[in-house]
Design a protein around this ligand. Structure first.
Ligand SMILES: [Mn+2]
Length: 223
């Protein structure tokens, strides 16, 4: 059985379909997203539908899913990228998406790798991680900066490889591998760069070129 781990999709449904074509999976294989299914890209509802409904598909919670959950409870205001996604959904579809987001896990511990959306605190076991760290929220990242003098992915020394998304660290559409054990696979698809997947257990990279700088176009507005 193979598992395709997919970096931050951010509504880039066509590129997700391209990646699946390239992966050539079979019936009992899994397709696991690292979270941030939504916001910034052209078709957040189609990406959410895929991870809600497709056999073998599941997703982590990303900081963007959590933003929508918190907005729905009136805890924070929506910013531009949530407003864009919100208008792509029907009212019922959005309510279903929120209910789906509320049940997403903060990490997945597979035999071959640990999956997180954002960060891992290198001084804590997996069960002791703070949700803000796992999501890579502003407060989670500033906590890590206060407590460590190097980025978490350079300090991580666990036996098991980690696959994470959240930041397009290279800014050139390429994944990064740190110390042979941390795989950083958000490659900025919504900014016109690439969608990256990694197939376990072989840690084989797959890359799909983004079709356009969706968020650059959307943020510039009509005209
Ligand atoms: Mn993120």
């Amino acid at each position: 059985m193979k598992r395709l781990i997919v970096g931050d999709i951010h509504g880039c449904h066509q590129e997700l379909m391209d990646l699946l074509d390239q992966a050539g999976l079979s019936g009992d294989d899994e397709i696991i997203a690292l979270g941030d299914l939504i916001d910034r890209g052209p078709d957040s509802p189609a990406v959410v539908d895929f991870y809600r409904c497709a056999p073998g598909a599941r997703s982590l919670m990303g900081n963007h899913e959590r933003k929508h959950v918190r907005i729905s409870k009136g805890e924070i205001p929506a910013s531009a990228s949530q407003l864009l996604a919100r208008q792509q959904f029907s009212a019922i579809g959005y309510a279903e998406a929120i209910a789906f987001f509320e049940g997403l896990p903060f990490f997945i511990d597979l035999p071959e790798a640990t999956l997180v959306h954002g960060c891992l605190d290198p001084g804590k076991s997996l069960s002791d991680q703070r949700p803000e760290t796992l999501l890579g929220t502003l407060s989670g990242e500033s906590y890590l900066r206060r407590h460590y003098d190097a980025p978490w992915y350079e300090l991580y020394a666990g036996e098991k490889p980690v696959v994470a998304g959240h930041h397009d660290y290279s800014k050139v559409g390429k994944p990064m591998v740190i110390n042979d054990r941390v795989f950083l696979i958000d490659t900025g698809c919504c900014y016109g760069r690439a969608l990256t997947g990694i197939i376990l257990p072989d840690f084989q990279f797959l890359t799909v070129q983004s079709r356009r700088n969706y968020w650059g176009i959307a943020a510039a507005g009509p005209g």
